[in-house]
Design a protein around this ligand. Structure first.
Ligand code: ATP
Length: 141
């Protein structure tokens, strides 16, 4: 089966994954993308999401906290704001982050004017937490 090299790095942890894979399914700011070997050149921004990596006859999910992806026919390079493999995700921490984000969003919706809550930041924190729980297969509402 044809392969394409995946390099996934983050600023604080360096290399998270470096592997020949068969297919990658990511959520870009323009929508979901499936990347196969020999894909056309592409540069895009990624949303926080659970990215699907197909390799070695199986598949695994990786939590991505947003970032950028460059694709060439031979290689996919992702510079993510944060990224965690399933075995490195702390579920309780993600649940706590999700609760905090939901509380901030609720406060923002109730505030009449000039709320000090950064709603974009809260939405992004919520999306990161949900991606981590999805990767761990933990249900949430
Ligand atoms: P928190 O509020 O719990 O810090 P966050 O979404 O704000 O969550 P990030 O800023 O995305 O956290 O990540 C900071 C660092 O902590 C990154 O290295 C990231 O991989 C790691 N990290 C964040 N949440 C978790 C988690 N639930 N399990 C494991 N690592 C995590």
């Amino acid at each position: 089966m044809a392969t394409i090299k995946l390099e996934l790095v983050t600023p604080d942890k360096g290399e998270i994954l470096s592997k020949d894979i068969n297919m990658l399914i990511v959520r870009s700011t323009a929508g979901e993308l499936g990347i196969l070997p020999r894909h056309a050149n592409l540069l895009t921004e990624l949303q926080p999401h659970a990215m699907k990596v197909k390799m070695d006859g199986g598949e695994t999910l990786v939590a991505i906290g947003g970032g950028f992806m460059e694709v060439t026919p031979e290689q996919i390079t992702i510079l993510a704001d944060s990224a965690e493999l399933p075995e490195n995700i702390d579920v309780d921490r993600a649940k706590a982050a999700m609760k905090r984000a939901e509380e901030r969003i609720a406060q923002y919706k109730q505030a009449t004017k000039d709320s000090l809550i950064d709603i974009a930041r809260a939405n992004s924190a919520l999306a990161r937490a949900k991606a981590r729980l999805l990767v761990k297969n933990v249900p949430f509402n």
